[in-house]
Design a protein. Sequence first.
Length: 117
Amino acid sequence: MQVPDNQSNSDIRDVLIQFRDEFILFRDDVNQKFEQLDNRFEQLEQQVQGVGGKVEQLENQVEKLDYKFDAYQKGTDGMVRMATTIIIATASVVVLANLSPAVNALITAFFKTTSGT
């Protein structure tokens, strides 16, 4: 924008019109940039909402896996207890089966010696 050295009313009017036109262009450019910025913020908001949805899905999956892990752990604990009981019962049967004839012979020998025959 150029302002002449000797200013007349028409010169001032021309400068003001030029200033107005440049200001309108500047304002339109600023408005356009704000609209672009607003659009970018909307896109960012949508992306954040998408990430929030994915995090929620991940939380649900973790909760399901945690429940499954607890169920498997309880099942495994039960199986270990059952296996231990079976092993102890089997060992008892084996020991008692081998011990029975010896105890029977011992009792028989004891009664034979006490009865004097």
